[in-house]
Design a protein around this ligand. Structure first.
Ligand SMILES: [Zn+2]
Length: 147
């Protein structure tokens, strides 16, 4: 990782450039002054997804889900728990494939829940099916993108 990291604010979508050593110190957004990491997955629309995908220097872990999907609901608490462990080394987010059908189509989501890990704007790994907190954390750490 270089001396500075770019982080997109989950509240106002501003691109922040912060010293890498400040990443672990609960940095706030320079524009809206809210926390850049809240310990909760961020709900993405297509517009915010594209901005985060393009401008974040930390890996992006996205849960593709839908409100009618039982296994998705079952996994939601585990995914939220994983956010408290993986942040700020990764950004965790959710995409509702019902309201954001363009994203579901773009990434050929055939079953939900599907987790996709992005790094440097590209998909690096994906996993379909419900997972527990430790499985999610181990899977992300095993991809070697969160160092
Ligand atoms: Zn902000």
């Amino acid at each position: 990782m270089s001396d500075f990291v770019h982080l997109v604010c989950p509240h106002c979508q501003a691109v922040n450039r912060i010293p890498a050593q400040r990443l672990e110190q609960h940095p706030n957004c320079g524009k809206c002054h809210q926390a850049l990491f809240t310990g909760h997955p961020v709900e993405f629309t297509q517009a915010s997804f594209d901005k985060h995908l393009k401008h974040n220097d930390v890996p992006l872990l996205v849960d593709f889900w839908a409100p009618w999907c039982g296994p998705c609901k079952a996994m939601a608490p585990a995914f939220a728990q994983a956010a408290t462990i993986l942040e700020p080394r990764a950004r965790l987010a959710k995409v509702n494939t019902d309201s954001e059908q363009g994203l579901g189509a773009r990434y050929l989501i055939r079953s939900i829940p599907t987790l996709i890990l992005f790094s440097g704007g590209r998909e690096v790994a994906r996993q379909a099916g419900s997972m527990g907190t430790q499985d999610i954390v181990r899977w992300v750490q095993s991809t070697n993108t969160t160092h």
